[in-house]
Write a protein that binds this ligand. Structure first.
Ligand code: SAM
Length: 217
């Protein structure tokens, strides 16, 4: 077996630098998020965005639902990978973040993104009631509701479609027996639920804070 890679910060920078280049507006969102201080950690990592873009392109994805948009970095990154007749519906309850995200979408002249600003549970119920289906659903909102989001999203995703969930390794704390706080346990329970779920094929990818890719059977 080859030697295991230690993914240091410098190696991550190298990977980003030698993968698909970011657009100016993607870079502007990152700069804006950095100006927010501690909240910048809410944004997915650049390598996660690049990975999602590759997945969208190779899977011929046209319709995406995002649960948790913050200032729009992940939504814009995914929308950029969609074909011109694609659509991305983004859900967030925070109107301040959503206004800023809309500002960046307009700056990027990106018209494929439609925002719904209210608690995601309500939006998901409405989407389900109107029989909407998606090729990819990206879950990255409040961890307390991850299970509820996932269970609704199973009905909203097409057969062979993808549900992708962020933060599933929780800074590596999922395997640290000394960590027994609320959020670490929520993520552990969520991961166990996914592990046991025979409706999907799953794979955890260790980029950013850990992504689970689920393929609906
Ligand atoms: C981790 S951030 C999303 C980051 C985003 N995907 C990105 O990469 O920039 C989580 C987002 O979920 C939103 N959120 C939290 N609870 C929510 C809820 N109950 N309904 C809808 N959105 C919620 C927050 O306002 C925040 O913008």
């Amino acid at each position: 077996m080859p030697k295991k890679l230690d993914l240091t910060e410098n190696l991550e920078k190298y990977i980003i630098d030698h993968s698909e280049a970011l657009t100016d507006v993607q870079k502007q969102i990152i700069q804006y998020n950095i100006s927010l201080g501690d909240q910048q950690r809410l944004q997915i990592s650049v390598s996660q965005a690049q990975f999602l873009q590759t997945l969208i392109k190779i899977s011929n994805i046209k319709k995406i639902l995002e649960v948790g948009s913050f200032t729009g970095f992940s939504a814009l990154s995914m929308a950029l990978a969609l074909p011109s007749d694609g659509l991305l519906i983004s859900l967030d309850k925070n109107s301040e973040f959503s206004m800023k995200a809309q500002y960046f979408y307009e700056k990027a002249n990106e018209k494929k993104i439609k925002q719904i600003i209210k608690p995601a549970i309500e939006s998901l119920k409405e989407l389900k009631d109107s029989s909407q289906k998606f090729d990819l659903i990206f879950i990255d909102a409040d961890k307390e509701n991850y299970l509820k989001y996932y269970e609704t999203c199973i009905d909203l995703v097409n057969k062979n479609g993808l549900i992708i969930i962020d933060n599933v390794l929780w800074h590596g704390e999922v395997i640290d027996n000394t960590k027994n706080d609320k959020f670490t346990n929520i993520i552990r329970e969520f991961n166990t639920h996914i592990k046991k779920d025979s409706r999907i094929i799953k794979n955890i990818i260790p980029i950013g804070d850990g992504l689970t890719i689920c393929i609906k059977r």
